[in-house]
Write a protein that binds this ligand. Structure first.
Ligand code: SF4
Length: 284
C-alpha cells in the first residue's frame, strides 16, 4: 500500500513567490535571483530555466531587470544589487511580511526574541530588517541561551515559521516561569503546523516492521527536516527518509513495506504525485 497522509504541494507563500517570478519573466526584461526562491534546489533550477532567471553576479548591480527576492525573506544588503529600487520584486511570504509589520515600532521596555536556524534565509531577513531582535539558535541549547539574555519587563517572541513546535513550547514554558509580561507570542506557520501534526499523528501507531515514511522534499529544506523529526519523535523506530524521488533512495528499504508519504511545503504537488506513482510501481 502507498498512501499520502497530509496536504501536499507548495504552501501559499511559496506558490505566490513562484507566480511572481513567472510573471516577471513575461515582462521582457532579465530576471535575477540572489538566492534560491524556495528551499528545493531541483525545483528552483527548473523554475529558473522556465523563467530564464539567473543568479545575480556579486560584482554587478542590476540596472535593467527584475531582482526577485526569496519567499522566506532577505537581508537588506541583497537590495543593494540594483540601482533603481523599482526593479525589486519582493516575493517574501505574506505571513512573514505580517510579522514584519508587528515589529515596526520598537519599544524601550521590551525584549524582542527571535528563535530560528542560524543562516536560514528567514532568520537572516528578520535579523537584518530588525537589528534589535535577540537571536536564539534553535539548534543549540535553548536554556543556556535564554539564561544569558537580560529580559526586560515585556517580552515579544517570534519563531522562524518552520522550526519545531517543541522548540516553541520550550521557550513558552521558560518565559512563563519568569516574571515578565509576554506582549506577544507568535507560533510557527499554521499551514506547516497542520501538515506536521497530520503526518506525525498518522505515523504514531504505524507498525515499524512493515511501514516506511517519506517526506517528499529537499534534504536541505528546514521544514522537510522538521517534518521528518516530528514523525521520528512520535514513532522513533519507524524507518523513513527525506527525498524528492525514489531515484536517490535505497530501494531495498521500501520493498515489501507500506509506504506513507507527506510533503515539505517547497515540493510541488506534481513531484509528490510522481513519487507516489513510482512507489506504486515498485510494489506492483
Ligand atoms: S511555510 Fe508558511 S510561512 Fe513559510 S513560505 Fe510557506 S506559507 Fe509562508
Amino acid at each position: 500500500m502507498v498512501k499520502i497522509i497530509s496536504d501536499i504541494g507548495y504552501c501559499q507563500g511559496v506558490q505566490k513567490a513562484i507566480d511572481k517570478l513567472l510573471n516577471c519573466s513575461k515582462m521582457g526584461k532579465k530576471v535575477y535571483l540572489t538566492h534560491p526562491l524556495l528551499h528545493n534546489l531541483k525545483e528552483n533550477e527548473k523554475l529558473m530555466e522556465k523563467s530564464h532567471a539567473t543568479f545575480v553576479d556579486k560584482e554587478l548591480t542590476i540596472q535593467d531587470g527584475y531582482l526577485v527576492l526569496s519567499a522566506h525573506g532577505h537581508p537588506l544588503e541583497e537590495e543593494d544589487f540594483i540601482q533603481d529600487k523599482s526593479y525589486i520584486v519582493d516575493a517574501t511570504c505574506p505571513l512573514i511580511l505580517n510579522r514584519y509589520q508587528l515589529l515596526k515600532e520598537e519599544k524601550e521596555d521590551t525584549t524582542y526574541l527571535f528563535v530560528g536556524k542560524e543562516n536560514h534565509q528567514e532568520t537572516l531577513g528578520f535579523l537584518s530588517h530588525f537589528p534589535f531582535l535577540t537571536f536564539i539558535d534553535s539548534q543549540k541549547d535553548l536554556k543556556t541561551q535564554l539564561d544569558a539574555i537580560p529580559l526586560k519587563k515585556n517580552v515579544f517572541f517570534l519563531p522562524q515559521t518552520t522550526i519545531s513546535q517543541k522548540c516553541v513550547n520550550f521557550v513558552r514554558d521558560y518565559l512563563n516561569q519568569k516574571e515578565v509580561n509576554i506582549l506577544s507570542f507568535l507560533g510557527i506557520c499554521p499551514l506547516y503546523e497542520k501538515r506536521m501534526k497530520d503526518a506525525s499523528s498518522y505515523c504514531e501507531h504505524l507498525d515499524q516492521s512493515n511501514s516506511f515514511f517519506i517526506v517528499c522534499g529537499d534534504t536541505l529544506s528546514s521544514n522537510a527536516q522538521e517534518l521528518y523529526h516530528a514523525i521520528k519523535e512520535k514513532n522513533p523506530s519507524l524507518q523513513g527518509a527525506i527525498s524528492l524521488s525514489i531515484a536517490n533512495m535505497d530501494i531495498s528499504l521500501l520493498k515489501g513495506k507500506d509506504i506513507y508519504i507527506t510533503s515539505a511545503t517547497s515540493a510541488s504537488k506534481e513531484t509528490v504525485e510522481k513519487l507516489f506513482e513510482d512507489c506504486l510501481h515498485l510494489q506492483a
